[in-house]
Ligand binder design. Structure first.
Ligand SMILES: NC(=O)c1ccc[n+]([C@@H]2O[C@H](COP(=O)([O-])OP(=O)(O)OC[C@H]3O[C@@H](n4cnc5c(N)ncnc54)[C@H](O)[C@@H]3O)[C@@H](O)[C@H]2O)c1
Length: 215
């Protein structure tokens, strides 16, 4: 399927949500679902669902519902999650170790294969069975283990330097937890996660002064 560059981030986020819901439905062995039923389950309007599905392919006929297997396959292919993405963590401190301790990423096809750090006291330790390796070995490890995602969990002062090292080593995706923006070439994709920003959003939603305003 040709990737449509005009698809917005909001649509992408909804597609990931459809995928999760469809996975659950799969387990219950339902084979067809209508946009109406899916919309009711997810609190999304059926017309928006049809619009989202139309944006990434043609896999439903008006009034016939969607075949769940096809839908899951097509959305999975579109999101690139029908294959394994091997990951490494840069910075095996508080956050790096927390991520390594979570088994959920591996379960959805994103296994963490190694943690990298410069602190000699950490090198050789295992977190959830994953070794903390000296940064010197980064290049060969990336090649030998077919790593395509680097997770940035280092402090601000070395974030861009570590980004450049990852890019030079051939990494094509960076999951950036460092809370600062990074520069990468066009062919390297970055998804930044910032817990504080998420908290600010929650705070805004709780802020009656603005959210409950009558128009
Ligand atoms: N995005 C968020 O919401 C969020 C939440 C928590 C932490 N963070 C960020 O994550 C980063 C890490 O936080 P933390 O609490 O885990 O810090 P930490 O100090 O516990 O861990 C950082 C680790 O990086 C290692 N390190 C330093 N330089 C390195 C290098 N050049 N290469 C490899 N490893 C190196 C250190 O030895 C240390 O083990 C910080 O930038 C922090 O701001 C972000």
């Amino acid at each position: 399927m040709e990737k449509d560059k005009t698809i917005s981030n909001t649509t992408i986020r909804r597609l990931t949500k459809y995928y999760r819901y469809i996975e659950e439905l799969d387990l219950k062995e339902t084979s067809i679902i209508s946009s109406y039923t899916l919309g009711k389950m997810m609190g999304i309007s059926p017309s928006l669902i049809r619009q989202d599905f139309n944006a990434i392919g043609e896999f439903g006929r008006q009034g016939h519902g969607y075949n769940l297997d096809t839908l899951k396959k097509e959305i999975g292919e579109f999101l690139g999650i029908n294959k394994i993405h091997n990951m490494i963590v840069i910075g095996a401190g508080n956050l790096g170790q927390t991520l390594a301790n979570y088994d959920g990423f591996a379960k959805v096809g994103f296994p963490i294969k190694g943690l990298f750090d410069i602190n000699p006291k950490l090198i050789g330790m295992k977190i959830n069975g994953i070794e903390i390796i000296d940064l010197d070995q980064l290049n060969s490890f990336i090649k030998d283990n077919n790593i395509d995602i680097g997770i940035l969990c280092v402090r601000k002062h070395c974030v861009q330097q570590m980004t450049d090292i990852l890019v030079d080593a051939g990494i094509k995706g960076i999951w950036n937890f460092s809370a600062i923006d990074i520069d990468v070439p066009d062919d390297v994709k970055v998804e930044s996660v910032n817990f504080s920003n998420s908290l600010f959003t929650l705070s805004y939603l709780m802020n009656d002064k603005y959210t409950n305003q009558k128009s």
